[in-house]
Design a protein around this ligand. Structure first.
Ligand SMILES: *Cc1c(COP(=O)(O)O)cnc(C)c1O
Length: 387
């Protein structure tokens, strides 16, 4: 869908290719410089030479460029970059005051759950973990708990569930809860939670937004720039200081230039691989909303555009040992955590999250990259042939 910008109405791919605002009007540079100065001078009358530049914890032109671009993609009013996805999660979580209540979707990115459990215990915030894809139970729980913040992940990982964002946002609004969606696994090209009723959307920029597995970053965008929560998040970024480095911000803008192409290829590869693995005798189940048989397919079709993301999980028809044998036999999929990079990755989540997590021992989470699809299929076929 075209986005309205100061250059007129342009498609997201076009904006991305030009790094948002395009060339620097003063120098004509097609690519912005890396501004490394941390501090900025004042004139003889003690006025800042540039009123928008005082100190680089907040005053960084690269942040501003990236934030403007991401806010436009999200159809939001404003964005803030953070040093990592977790710093972004923390900034949003801290909008809840001690004595308040936070509700989080169960079975999401383990780092978020682990942080929220610790943070809420430490600060005297009640934490409720709930399956937001069970809307009846969710509506009952929210009416009783009246949380300040509801945190969901769409699609969630490693179970790749797609929550119904409008249906979750309605009771949030009714009971005064702020709704934040972690849409990392979708990217803003596939899912725009702010247009579906969410108040805030967060991404780990470490993942597909940057796409090259070479920086840590996070970003939060808002539907309402004037809200108290947004003022808190902006102050948190500036004063708590979990800021991105200038070099990272420059790399992120470079990564964003190819987001359209990368997402297109990754989405196409993911659908093709999911269909291939879904009919393989050594695979019990493929968890991927792009499959028509997936329980979240209709939800995904209703909310997502241009594909279904590039994250999926597969349940191997075999034991833990079989599953680890398949993982070990993969030659192209690299055995590493993370997702959204140009290279395909495979993860045995049970090894990472442990017995108490409930993650099945035969589950492999795949992040599908931009390689040739035939090579990805062939790699899985030969690895599945070892069991
Ligand atoms: C990786 C990830 C995070 C955390 O981001 P970092 O950049 O690693 O701090 C949060 N949510 C999701 C869904 C992620 O995949």
């Amino acid at each position: 869908m075209p986005e309205t910008t100061r250059k007129g109405v342009l498609h997201a791919d076009t904006l991305l290719a030009h790094g948002g605002s395009g060339h620097d009007p003063a120098t004509g540079a097609v690519v912005p410089p890396v501004q490394t100065a941390t501090t900025f001078v004042r004139d003889e009358a003690y006025n800042l030479i540039s009123p928008a530049h005082l100190y680089s914890r907040d005053d960084n032109d690269l942040y501003r460029k990236v934030e403007a671009l991401i806010a436009t993609l999200e159809q939001g009013e404003d964005s803030r970059l953070f040093a990592s996805g977790m710093a972004a999660v923390a900034a949003v979580a801290r909008t809840v005051k001690p004595g308040g209540t936070l509700m989080v979707q169960s079975g999401i990115y383990w780092g978020t759950t682990a942080f929220l459990r610790d943070h809420c215990t430490h600060t005297g915030i009640a934490l409720i973990e709930t399956d937001v894809t069970d809307l009846t139970t969710f509506a009952e729980e929210i009416a009783i708990a009246k949380p300040d913040l509801v945190w969901i992940e769409v699609p969630s990982n490693p179970y790749i569930k797609v929550a119904d964002i409008p249906a979750v946002s309605a009771p949030c609004r009714e009971h005064g809860a702020l709704l934040c969606v972690d849409a990392t696994a979708a990217t803003p090209l596939v899912l725009k939670p702010l247009t579906l009723g969410a108040d805030l959307v967060m991404h780990s920029a470490t993942k597909a937004i940057n796409g090259h597995s070479d920086i840590l970053g996070g970003v939060v965008s808002t539907r309402d720039k004037g809200s108290a929560a947004w003022a808190y998040i902006c102050a948190e970024r500036k004063m708590a200081g979990a800021v991105m480095g200038s070099f990272e911000a420059w790399l992120l803008l470079r990564g964003l230039r190819t987001l359209g192409l990368r997402v297109e290829r990754m989405n196409a590869n993911a659908i093709a691989l999911a269909e291939h693995l879904n009919q393989h005798p050594k695979i019990d189940r493929v968890l991927f909303p792009g499959l028509e048989t997936d329980p979240y397919h209709d939800q995904a079709v209703a909310q997502m555009t241009g594909g279904f993301g590039s994250l999926m999980s597969v349940l191997i028809a075999g034991s833990r040992a079989d599953t680890l044998r398949v993982t070990g036999a993969l030659k192209l999929f690299q055995r590493a955590t993370s997702l959204g990079g140009v290279e395909s990755l495979v993860e045995h989540r049970h090894t990472i999250e442990g017995d108490t997590s409930g993650v099945p021992e035969n589950l492999l989470r795949l992040s599908v990259g931009i390689e040739h699809i035939d090579d990805l299929k062939a790699d899985f076929d030969q690895a599945l042939g070892t069991i």
